[in-house]
Design a protein around this ligand. Structure first.
Ligand code: PEP
Ligand code: MN
Length: 263
C-alpha cells in the first residue's frame, strides 16, 4: 500500500489544515523533551513569529539509561496541547505504548513513533487503528525495506496518513551520533508515495553542521526537516549537546529560506 507502484501520486498528509508533502517544505521544531509549560511557550512563541507550524516535544522519552529523565507523560502532552492552541501550532509527540495511542489522540496532531519502536508491531497496529497522522522514524539499524514494511503495518490497518522520517543509522563513525543515510531520501521518495522528512538533530548529534545537513536533505528531495530547539540547550534535560537555541533556530531558518520555501 505504501509503494509507488500502488499509487503514483505523492501522498499529502493533512495535519488539520496543514499539509505535509506536496508543494512546500515543512520544519518540525521544538525541544527534545517537554520540561515545563514555560519552556514550551518560549519555543512556541518563536515558532509563531517565524511562521513554523509543527511543534515537537517528547512527553514519553525512550532513554538509553533508566536513570535519565523519562519525560512528563500525559502532563507533557497537556502542556503541548495548551501551548499549541494558544499559538496556532500543531503538536508532534512520541507515544511509546500501544495502550496510550487512543489517549494521545486527544492531545496530539501527529503521533510520533520513535526509532527504537519502529518494529514494535503492536504499537504500529495501534497507530494504524486511529485516524491521526503518524510520523514514523527509521530504526537505528533498519533497512529501508524494513522501514517501509513498518509503515505498511500502519497503513494496512486503515490509517493512510503516514510521514516517514530518516534519522540516521548506526555505523562505526563516532564523530556524529548517527550516520545520516542521505541516499534513503531519494530511494524512499522513489519507492513510496509517502512524505519523507529528515531529522537533522538526531542524525548528527551536533549543532555545528545543521545548516549543510538540512540543505543536503532538502536538495535530496526531503519534504521537510526536524530540528531540536530549546530556549537554553545547556540546561536541557535530554540531548543538551545537540539542541539549538531560539536565535540559532531563527538563523537556520533564515539561511534555508534563501533557497527553500520552508513553513
Ligand atoms: C525524538 O525524536 O524525540 C527521538 C527520540 O528520536 P529517535 O526516535 O529518532 O531517536
Ligand atoms: Mn532528542
Amino acid at each position: 500500500l505504501v509503494s509507488r507502484k500502488r499509487q503514483s501520486k505523492d501522498t499529502v498528509v493533512m495535519v488539520g489544515d496543514f499539509p505535509v508533502g506536496g508543494e512546500r517544505n515543512v520544519m518540525v521544531a521544538g525541544p527534545c523533551s517537554v520540561e515545563s509549560e514555560e519552556q514550551v511557550r518560549q519555543v512556541a512563541q518563536t515558532m509563531r513569529k517565524l511562521g513554523i507550524r509543527l511543534i515537537r516535544g517528547g512527553a514519553y522519552k525512550p532513554r538509553t539509561s533508566p536513570y535519565d529523565f523519562q519525560g512528563l507523560g500525559e502532563e507533557g502532552l497537556k502542556i503541548l496541547r495548551r501551548v499549541a492552541d494558544e499559538f496556532g501550532l500543531k503538536v508532534v509527540s512520541e507515544i511509546v505504548h500501544p495502550a496510550d495511542i487512543e489517549m494521545a489522540t486527544q492531545y496530539v496532531d501527529v503521533i510520533q513513533i520513535g526509532a527504537r519502536n519502529m518494529q514494535n508491531f503492536e504499537l504500529l497496529k495501534a497507530a494504524g487503528s486511529v485516524r491521526k497522522p503518524v510520523l514514523l522514524k527509521r530504526g537505528l539499524a533498519a533497512t529501508l525495506e524494513e522501514f517501509l514494511f513498518a509503515a505498511e503495518y500502519i497503513v494496512s490497518r486503515g490509517n493512510t496518513q503516514v510521514i516517514l522520517c530518516e534519522r540516521g543509522i548506526r555505523t562505526y563513525e563516532k564523530w556524529t551520533r548517527n550516520t545520516l543515510d542521505i541516499s534513503a531520501v531519494p530511494i524512499l521518495k522513489q519507492e513510496s508515495h509517502l512524505p519523507v522528512l529528515v531529522d537533522i538533530s538526531h542524525s548528527t548529534g551536533r549543532r555545528d553542521i545543521l545548516l549543510p545537513i538540512a540543505k543536503a536533505a532538502l536538495a535530496a528531495g526531503a519534504d521537510g526537516i526536524m530540528v531540536e530547539a530549546h530556549p537554553e540547550p545547556s540546561v536541557a534535560l535530554s540531548d543538551a549537546q545537540q539542541q539549538i537555541n531560539l536565535a540559532q533556530l531563527e538563523e537556520l531558518l533564515k539561511q534555508l529560506r534563501q533557497t527553500y520555501d520552508l513553513v
